[in-house]
Structure formats: C-alpha cells, structure tokens
Design a protein around this ligand. Structure first.
Ligand SMILES: NC(=O)c1ccc[n+]([C@@H]2O[C@H](COP(=O)([O-])OP(=O)(O)OC[C@H]3O[C@@H](n4cnc5c(N)ncnc54)[C@H](O)[C@@H]3O)[C@@H](O)[C@H]2O)c1
Length: 401
C-alpha cells in the first residue's frame, strides 16, 4: 500500500517514521528546504531519528516531495498540516484548505483520506470532504476518516505504538480501513461513534490541560500572596491517591496545541450559542502569567528594570525541544523590553530565534528561567546572575513562582 502524508512536521514526520516500517510513504510538504533535508536522510523533528529515515529511504519506502503529481497513485492520504489561529484568534483552516486542494488536484481514484490535524467538530464532514470534492477535477468518491494525533514531541515513554488512538469514519467502510491502517503500527485503537466525537475529544483533552494549568498558575499567585510554597502545597495535595492531578505553574503555556486548540473549541461553542467561559478565562490567565513574572522580578529589583541586563534562560516552549511556537518566553521578553530592560536569551537547543542567537549563560544582572532543558546545568544558571527568578520549580535556592 502506498501512503501520502501531507505535512512533514512534528505530526506528519512522526507518522511517516512509523508507517515506513510497513508502507511505501510519500511525505508531501510544501517547504522545499525540509523536503531536501528529509531526502538526504536528516530528520528535523525530535523523536524521529535520522537513522530510521535513512533506513526507509534505503529500502525505497520513503521519499519526501513538493510535487503533487507524486501522490497521484497513493491508496491513502493523511493530512497533518498546521491549524493555527488567525490574527483575531479565530480558527485558521487555510492550511487544511491547501491540503484539500493538493488532494483534489492530484488524486483521481478513490482513496481513504484521514485527517490528523486538530480542528473543531464538523471539520471532516463539513469542511474537508466538501473542499476536496470542490477541488477535484473528476468525480471521485473518497472515503473520509479522522484520527486525531496525540504525539508529545520529546516524550520517551509514550509514542505512536503505545498511545491509544481515537478514530471514526464518515462511513463504516472508512472506519474499517482506518482501523486496518493504524493497527499496523498502533496497539490500541479506540473507535468512536462519529468523527465529531473524535474531533471534540481531542480539543477537550487539550482544554483540560489548559484550564488546569491556568488554575495552578492562579494558585501560584495565591500561595505567593500567602507566603507559602506553591510546590510544597501541590506536593501535599498530591498525596491524595484519588481525585487530584498535579499540574505545575509556569510563565505561561506554549506550543502548537494547548494555547491554540481550546480556542477552536470556544469558537465552535460560541457559534452554537454555548458558553466557553472557562476556556476564555483560562487563556487570559495563562497569557497574563508572563506579566506576573516580570512584575515580581521588577518588584524584587528596586521597582525598575530600566537599563538592567536580563537573561531569559530557555526560550523553547518546553524542555528538551527546539520548538518556540507560542512560547511564553516571547511575552516575557516583550514585557521586559517594554520596561527598558536590555534583554538577551540563552537556549542552545533553539540556537537562533527571531534573528537573534543564544547568548552565553553568564554576566547578566538578572536571569529569568522560563524553560530548563536537561542539558543546562542548574549550578550554571544560578551563577549566571546575582538575581535569578525561576518559573520552572527546578532550580533550588533562588527566587521563583
Ligand atoms: N506538534 C504536536 O505536538 C501536535 C500534537 C497533536 C496534534 N497536532 C496537530 O497536528 C497538526 C500539525 O501540527 P505539527 O505540529 O505537525 O505542525 P508542523 O508545523 O510541525 O508541521 C506542519 C508541516 O506542514 C507543512 N505544510 C504546511 N502547509 C502545507 C501544505 N499545504 N501542503 C503540504 N505541507 C504543508 C509545513 O511546511 C510543515 O512542515 C496541527 O493541526 C496540530 O494542531 C500537533
């Protein structure tokens, strides 16, 4: 069986690496640089080893391409393109639309189309299917299914094989074929009654995290006002063996999922006249954490940051990945610069970002730890400035949340 995977980023390349064990995989991406790199056997995604890619390339089972004609003879297509927000924070389906056009323009025989991109309930039925049909130049009846992705880049214990995967087709045949495809590399498939349930479940998983992170971020402000340690209090609460799940505070949430997906749910809720108050408020609390952190740092440093050199340690949105999408570091830096601080950042995992390079981990007046990669030694962070503020809870003996 020949499989096309549209989008060779975190999700698409991860699927390609697993599917390449069994199927012939065409990785379609519109970024020529990524395609060239992949065809030379170099992975750009944490968790996808270059050696695996090289093995599939050598066996003739993987090829990346920017050319739509390369996917014309496939049997199955997976859509794994970005689903961001527009400037006014509405769901942005332009990448999905472009993927639908690629399918419509190039695939003339019936295939199974599976969407893995995260979007609101109804996207497969009311958006993807009609768009592909609209773009198809010949009358062709594809099968359609959804199987939302749960990959957690950089995670060692859970992967495509052992993470349960939801799926649902628009028809029974689509469900059966979807099950057949994923069962080759995933041990636990969970069928739900409609694509809308699978789409909503994915959004709710990330909304659950967003709301709980906001709650603990607010709690960190309460414990600070009360003069007690948020971490000790959370550890104490976590001794309860049931009905409690520990989340930890931070400078805000980042990544492509948690700051974005709940807004897809809120948008569709409000469109249907249902409330989304928790989602909206949680988003605000998480966004405001960067200001809270900078306020605390400013208060501890004589009430002004004007002219002070501030080193932001860790700008990736989470430890041990180079991903800076929606990173809380962005807002922290913005607040610092607006207050006259001279800001640099240290993150050798990220390397370069916004045209700036990672600065040495030393010589600042103030250091604010936003993300702590395992490769960065806590002692070096403590030594990098006379005042260190830690938002991660991983550095002992310094100020922090
Ligand atoms: N990253 C995660 O951890 C994660 C987890 C679960 C779900 N998701 C969801 O999966 C989807 C993809 O996310 P990602 O993190 O893989 O994104 P990504 O940015 O890492 O990768 C997307 C890739 O798609 C390519 N692309 C964009 N438009 C294209 C087009 N029209 N045709 C072909 N290629 C195109 C880009 O060049 C890029 O390489 C999103 O809906 C996201 O919400 C992501």
């Amino acid at each position: 069986m020949k499989v096309a995977i549209i989008g060779q980023g975190y999700v698409g390349l991860t699927i390609s690496a697993f599917a390449g064990e069994i199927f012939d995989v065409i990785g379609f991406d519109n970024n020529q640089k990524i395609v060239n790199q992949l065809n030379s056997g170099l992975s750009h995604i944490e968790g996808v080893e270059s050696s695996v890619l090289q093995k599939w390339i050598k066996a003739g089972r993987y090829k990346a391409t920017t050319s739509g004609s390369d996917i014309s003879d496939v049997d199955l297509v997976v859509i794994a393109v970005p689903t961001p927000l527009t400037k006014d924070r509405r769901p942005d389906l332009t990448y999905i639309d472009a993927a639908c056009r690629t399918i419509g323009d190039n695939i003339k025989k019936p295939v199974l189309v599976i969407n893995e991109s995260t979007s609101f309930p109804g996207t497969l039925r009311n958006y993807i299917k009609p768009a592909i049909e609209r773009y198809s130049t010949t009358m062709v009846e594809h099968l359609y299914a959804i199987s939302p992705e749960r990959v957690d880049p950089g995670r060692g214990d859970y992967n495509q094989k052992n993470t349960p995967r939801l799926y649902a087709g628009l028809t029974t045949e689509a469900s059966e074929k979807t099950q057949e495809f994923y069962s080759k590399f995933c041990d636990n498939l969970v069928e739900v009654s409609s694509p809308e349930v699978a789409e909503a479940a994915k959004l709710f998983e990330n909304t659950f995290r967003q709301v709980n992170i906001a709650l603990v971020n607010e709690f960190a402000q309460i414990t600070n006002a009360l003069g007690i340690s948020v971490y000790e209090t959370l550890d104490a609460a976590n001794t309860k063996p049931y009905g409690f799940m520990k989340f930890t505070p931070s400078a805000g949430v980042g990544g492509h999922c948690i700051p974005v997906d709940p807004t897809y749910l809120a948008a569709v809720a409000e469109e249907h006249g249902a409330p989304a108050t928790f989602i909206r408020r949680a988003n605000d609390v998480n966004l405001e954490m960067s200001k809270y952190v900078v306020d605390r740092v400013q208060a501890d440093n004589g009430g002004s940051l004007q002219g002070k050199s501030v080193l932001v340690v860790g700008v990736a949105y989470k430890p041990n990945v180079a991903d800076v999408r929606e990173t809380a570091a962005e807002l922290v830096i913005e607040h610092l610069r607006n207050r006259g601080a001279v800001v640099s950042w240290h993150d050798e995992v990220v390397g370069t970002w916004h045209g700036e390079s990672s600065a040495p981990l030393s010589g600042a007046d103030i250091a604010i730890v936003v993300t702590k990669h395992d490769s960065v030694d806590a002692k070096s962070i403590v030594a990098s400035a006379p005042y260190v503020f830690d938002t991660t809870g991983k550095i002992k003996g310094v100020k922090g949340l």
